[in-house]
Write a protein that binds this ligand. Sequence first.
Ligand code: NAD
Length: 383
Amino acid sequence: MAMLGAAKQAIRTLGSRAPTPATLSRHLHASPGSKKIVGVFYKANEYASMNPNFVGCAEGGLGIRDWLESQGHQYIVTDDKDGPDCELEKHIPDLHVLISTPFHPAYVTAERIKKAKNLQLLLTAGIGSDHIDLKAAADAGLTVAEVTGSNVVSVAEDELMRILILVRNFLPGYHQVIKGDWNVAAIAYRAYDLEGKTIGTVGAGRIGKLLLQRLKPFNCNLLYHDRLKMEPELEKEIGAKFEEDLDAMLPKCDVVVINTPLTEKTKGMFDANKIAKLKKGVLIVNNARGAIMDAQAVADACASGHIAGYSGDVWYPQPAPKDHVWRSMPNHAMTPHISGTTIDAQLRYAAGVKDMLDKYFKGEDFPAQNYIVKEGKLASQYL
Ligand SMILES: NC(=O)c1ccc[n+]([C@@H]2O[C@H](COP(=O)([O-])OP(=O)(O)OC[C@H]3O[C@@H](n4cnc5c(N)ncnc54)[C@H](O)[C@@H]3O)[C@@H](O)[C@H]2O)c1
């Protein structure tokens, strides 16, 4: 999608976090010689060999092993990422590059960054680098980059599906069929058309805009809240109205979709107070990040009926523990973190990671929009 002029440009530029002396101690680009590259991906086990394009799993390793090893680099791939005795922890002291995905995030804490004396580059195979302590990375002079735009269509399509699943009350009907039941009333009493409903997206960046575009033919009232207003022409084309004040938008919405990054400002943004501002019976779709929600407040509101349905694929932490409150709350349509890891998306973010590694080895810059931390500065969306 075309960029939106000067204002949009401004939000994409890197913020002004002052470099610290430590920033100078690590280099943006690779020094010559063999590098130790560690990839952390979800394990696919019996599914690994079922599709030759399934490159996003640990077994697939983004399809870059032969390429890396042919250049003399060491490539270690694991799914074992949490706790002091995990496989990842063993490689922290001497790795140069760490690649991880939001689907199975390697949590890169300040403590891990301190231990990682050779670390130069953190790559996110996908979008959203909140699994990294970005301030600690900036202070340590590390580069953090992601494959901006790689899976935005995948996520927008999935959000549209989740909206329909909730509005039409699809899941109880599906479960009836599995159980051998037949009860039309139990579904129909709370199934609606999407047409004519008010849908608001909190965040209208790449994914938010693609969702609004996909919703337009459904003849809904489309609203968006963002730090930035779209150019009038794009706003008109998409057919969505800007809501500068989030608290004013929320009570108008039948469906709220979350499309902001997880930042210090959005963390826990939907707490009990914010949820109280939502229309009673609201439906929520959140494929952005689990921690934007106060998990217990969402579960409580689902139990009381204030939230009539909640669907998304993002949790905190990931993998979600067996006793996570969202697993058992009423009227949810949750899945594991899957929306941005379709085979199409995997091929795109694998190619993006390979391209950035190639540039890193050659001392070239990455595409500007991919940088999340560069030379001690955080991308503005994370400030
Ligand atoms: N579930 C998945 O598989 C998946 C895949 C990709 C991305 N994501 C999530 O979706 C997020 C958005 O992705 P994108 O590509 O659309 O990013 P983007 O940077 O294009 O858009 C984010 C938008 O959020 C807005 N924003 C940021 N902070 C805000 C705030 N405090 N209040 C209001 N608006 C704010 C920005 O101005 C921007 O327009 C990612 O950061 C990631 O967390 C999830």
